[in-house]
Write a protein of this length. Structure first.
Length: 529
């Protein structure tokens, strides 16, 4: 067997294939889960070493992860194994100890312990070995290089023939950039607008505006389900749907069991896709395919979310979101353009409609992942029980990433909500559901520990502890004025004139989505293993 400096703890079959008794859970920086069930065979799968993120790329054995969908075996994987060449080394063997550790045995009898591979989400998205060729093309298109190609193409044609380029920036990315450049969030938003327009972007929007709609639809959906729970056993608990990593895991791993519990409300990114490619396109007298829509997000999985067939316009052959850039990719774009954000003159912020304010960026109460729990909780308390909640009190359980909120009246629990961040807490939640012992009415679910502000696409500071940086980003995020979605300027106007009402067919089509269980097909690849 060839020597290798890095090896996966996986023994035998393809990662993410069905079957097997053990499993490898791989967490990216920020805690994003990748899972690989491990059949108890003795041959090895080799995975190249991946750079570990500042907050630690972890690998852990767990029997709780199974049947996550197909991944290529080492023989089909196109990602090369990094081999550490040493002077005088010849043919060597690999010995696997009972505890799962690997040792290289040289010809002279000497041994050397081998490091286990650490795979981050970024490594997986950069590798086409585990996805189809069609998906590979989509991932390739999700880069700042593609944005530059579109901008360069626009420079070669007359203005009337150009594609209208729109960039929508998430509040989490804005906070991360503010921390890196030592700016406040408002100056960051204005200077970022200035930068994008300098390189040829026409409009720059804030996804906090689209999040108004996502929150409002989540609120209404919960009230409907709560009132109808007597007629539908799967009405509750309602699980938040804004995290694409969680959605991907739910579809691949638990399918038809878990999907009925997930909110159908679109994420802020995809609501912004509807706003830009439908409402804004109408305002600009353009068809959707004439607009190139880019979002800036804290998470790599947002790239895959944008590529879902549910968000593709068949009539005009265009996606609601054409390209997703992570915060880190925007930073690289700034570097490649030779631009220092603090040196730029601020530019006025753009607004999607006349009724929406664009003087300063806005955000929402309830934390850096969008505040779904808090907004749904307040609305449900008021709508269902006539109770105004002044302050939401969180009760930490095992850790800060699993907390509960309850509404009580005269000793009776009326509402029982929770937030579950990170895969370990998600696993516990799913197991409770399977055993019929889940006490919650609503759960805000996020794949990354600490939520979206700690997403895998956020900026890291090499000279600063990750926890300290995260706390700084959280403070900057909280500096932005919070706005209740019910009171946000322009929102009700769009519900009336664009969506034809809150419960209209148009609102359902443009603000909601559906999910698809991934079948565990038996393939030749799986049979070989």
């Amino acid at each position: 067997m060839e020597s290798a400096s890095t090896m996966n703890t996986c023994k035998g079959g393809p990662a993410w294939a069905g079957g097997g008794e053990a499993a490898l859970g791989v967490l990216s920086r920020g805690g994003k889960l990748l899972c690989a069930p491990l059949p108890p065979l003795r041959n090895e799968i080799r995975i190249p070493g991946a750079r570990s993120g500042p907050s630690g790329t972890l690998s852990t054995r767990s029997r709780g992860l199974r049947h996550c969908g197909p991944l290529l075996t080492n023989r089909e994987c196109i990602k090369p194994v990094k081999v550490e060449k040493r002077a005088g080394s010849g043919v060597a063997k690999i010995r696997i100890e009972d505890d799962g550790s690997y040792f290289q045995i040289n010809q002279d009898g000497g041994t050397r312990r081998l490091e286990k591979a650490k795979v981050s989400l970024n490594d997986c998205l950069a590798c086409s070995g585990c996805i189809t060729s069609a998906e590979t093309v989509l991932i390739t298109q999700q880069s700042h290089e593609e944005l530059k190609k579109v901008l360069d193409a626009n420079k070669m044609v007359a203005p009337s023939q150009q594609r209208l380029v729109v960039v929508s920036v998430s509040p989490q990315s804005r906070a991360s950039l503010a921390a890196r450049f030592q700016l406040n969030p408002t100056d960051t938003a204005r200077k970022l607008t200035s930068f994008f327009k300098k390189i040829g972007v026409h409009f720059v929007f804030d996804t906090a505006f689209s999040r108004h709609f996502s929150l409002l639809e989540s609120q209404r959906e919960f009230v409907r389900r709560f009132r109808g729970q007597a007629d539908c056993k799967q009405a509750l608990p309602l699980l938040a749907s804004a995290c694409p990593g969680w959605i991907c895991y739910a579809e691949k791993t638990h399918g038809s069991f878990i999907l009925p519990h997930i909110s159908t409300a679109r994420s802020p990114q995809q609501v912004m896709g509807s706003l830009v490619k439908d409402f804004f396109a109408q305002q600009q007298h353009l068809t959707p395919d004439k607009i190139y829509h880019v979002t800036v997000m804290p998470c790599y999985d947002k790239k895959l979310e944008a590529s879902r067939p549910d968000f593709f316009n068949q009539e005009h052959q265009t996606r609601d979101v054409d390209c997703v850039l992570t915060t880190g990719e925007v930073f690289r774009l700034l570097e490649e353009e030779g631009v220092s954000l603090p040196d730029l003159e601020p530019a006025p912020l753009d607004s999607l409609c006349s009724g929406a304010s664009a003087e300063e960026p806005t955000s929402h109460r309830g934390g850096g992942s969008g505040g779904y729990l808090e907004h749904v909780f307040r609305h449900a308390a008021r709508e269902l029980f006539g109770i105004h909640v002044a302050e939401v009190t969180y009760k930490p359980l095992r850790n800060k990433d699993f907390q509960e909120v309850t509404l009580e009246k005269e000793g009776q629990v009326l509402l029982h909500f929770a937030m579950a961040y990170g895969f370990r807490n998600i696993q516990n939640l799913v197991q409770r559901l399977k055993r019929g012992r889940c006490p919650y009415h609503y759960v805000e679910v996020m794949a990354c520990p600490s939520g979206c502000l700690n997403g895998g696409g956020q900026l890291q500071a090499p000279d600063r502890p990750s926890r300290e940086l995260l706390q700084h980003v959280e403070r900057l995020y909280g500096m932005v004025r919070a706005e209740a979605p019910e009171d946000a300027p322009g929102v009700q106007e769009l519900y009336t004139h664009w969506l034809q009402g809150t419960d209209s067919e148009c609102a359902g089509r443009l603000l909601h989505t559906q999910y698809h269980a991934v079948e565990k097909a038996s393939t030749g690849l799986g049979i070989r293993w």
